[in-house]
Ligand binder design. Structure first.
Ligand code: NAP
Ligand code: GDD
Length: 371
């Protein structure tokens, strides 16, 4: 696709996801033409992009969505020939760890082979020398961690079909860099969250529940392993690191993390506290309960533990060492959003959404909308 204005052109796969939406905002702000790859869905699947598609959004005209799929190589080659991107950000994946145990083959195809399909499409479109490519690699590759904290040199030991698929994608990126001298980079990102996080990831599940329980829309939330530890940052800060990775003189791989780890339990306590429902815990194992400790709802059980949310193999602890990202990329997590602030932002946003939900329910009743 011609770029008459001399702007850089980017292609984002997985553009409809959490990171895709923040990265689109960042690149448009930097003056890029942004092409987004979305897959076909039976219902509207880009609510996170709605504001950007609004004609009044700055540079909205520079954002173009296309249908393609990571498991359809032809669609990828055609899209690359059409868009001729300077930079590709491969964010598309079946990204849910627990779901990957139920969909192992599809996860391998989309999150593992998808990376290879993309690299071959770049070569097939004659772009191997021109295009820089970012792969959304993950701390899940460290899995059963061999050292603490985890850095670029820590061995991988994935614990899920998702983690295994991502290890394949990581190495095929390294291999194409070494074999064909392509500008292929891996960002090994630790968990990053936001108010746009998918509703079934643990942080968002908790912040939504805290808000909805406070406003009477839900009674209780069931969770799995409360003692798992994650190194959580803000997605908006992490897409900045992705962009920096592709601006280096030399293609390389980077760990992107905060260097602070927090339990699911602590995130839960902060969230419910922010919603005005301070928690105390009672019981053990699957009998453990989170109970409102004081105030109007004192004594109400709001958190339960359910085996349903345990994983066949768990990643107990993730803690990243961002030293290389700090030194080379100039990306400094200590100056960015803290996990406590992130939690507050998510709960506050979910409070507003819960209020909207109440208004919607009332409106639908009034207007007699059938579903
Ligand atoms: P996300 O919200 O789940 O977004 C993933 C996107 O990929 C979705 O828009 C999804 O489409 C799309 N997708 C899935 N299968 C596809 C296929 N076959 N073809 C085309 N598109 C497909 O994930 P995220 O949190 O933004 O993460 C972005 C990437 O970073 C993912 O690759 C993830 O594995 C990786 N990562 C994430 C984290 C994190 O903590 N968020 C950390 C490390 C790495 P639909 O919207 O239609 O479902
Ligand atoms: N989803 C979920 N739901 N997780 C729960 C629950 C629950 O009800 N209860 C406890 N957990 C625990 C999980 O067992 C896990 O240890 C931790 O909370 C975090 O789970 P998720 O939020 O689902 O994230 P994840 O760490 O498995 O994977 C995310 O981060 C990876 C980077 O490390 C995803 O975004 C991956 O795509 C990403 O690669």
């Amino acid at each position: 696709m011609p770029n008459a204005e001399g702007r850089k052109v980017a292609l984002i796969t997985g553009v409809c996801g959490q990171d895709g939406s923040y990265l689109t905002e960042l690149l448009l702000e930097k003056g890029y033409i942004v092409h987004g790859l979305k897959r076909r869905s039976s219902s509207f699947n880009h609510p996170r992009l709605e504001h950007i598609l609004d004609k009044d959004y700055p540079n909205s005209k520079n954002f173009i969505l296309h249908y393609a799929d990571m498991v359809d190589s032809t669609s990828l080659t055609n899209l690359l020939k059409l868009t001729q991107p300077d930079e590709i950000y491969n964010l598309a994946a079946q990204s849910h760890v627990k779901v990957s145990f139920e969909l192992p083959e599809y996860t391998a195809a989309a999150s593992g082979m998808g990376a290879l399909n993309l690299l071959e499409a770049v070569r097939g479109a004659g772009l191997a020398d021109k295009t820089r490519i970012y792969q959304a690699s993950t701390s899940e590759m460290f899995g059963k961690v061999h050292e603490v904290p985890q850095s670029e040199t820590t061995p991988f030991h994935p614990r899920s079909p998702y983690g295994v698929a991502k290890v394949y994608a990581f190495w095929i990126f390294v291999n194409y860099r070494e074999s064909y001298n392509m500008f292929c980079c891996n960002g090994i990102l630790f968990n990053h969250e936001s108010p746009r996080r998918g509703e079934t990831f643990v942080t968002r599940k908790i912040t939504m529940a805290a808000a909805r329980i406070k406003l009477g829309l839900q009674d209780c939330v069931s969770l799995g392993n409360l003692d798992a530890k994650r190194d959580w940052g803000h997605a908006k800060d992490y897409v900045e690191a992705m962009w920096r990775i592709l601006q280096q003189d030399k293609a390389d791989d980077f760990v992107v993390a905060t260097g602070i780890t927090t339990t699911v339990r602590a995130f839960c306590e902060w969230s419910f506290n922010r919603a005005g429902l301070p928690l105390r815990w009672e019981g053990e194992g699957v009998n453990e309960r989170g109970i409102v400790a004081s105030g109007e709802h004192e004594g109400k059980v709001v958190v339960k533990v359910s085996e349903r949310f345990f994983r066949p193999a768990e990643v107990e602890l993730l803690l990243g060492d961002p030293a290389k990202a700090k030194a080379v990329l100039g990306w400094h997590p200590e100056q960015l959003t803290s996990v406590e602030k992130l939690c507050e932002e998510m709960v506050d946003a979910d409070m507003e959404l819960a209020k909207l939900e109440i208004m919607n329910v009332e409106m639908k009743k009034k207007l007699k909308v059938p579903y």
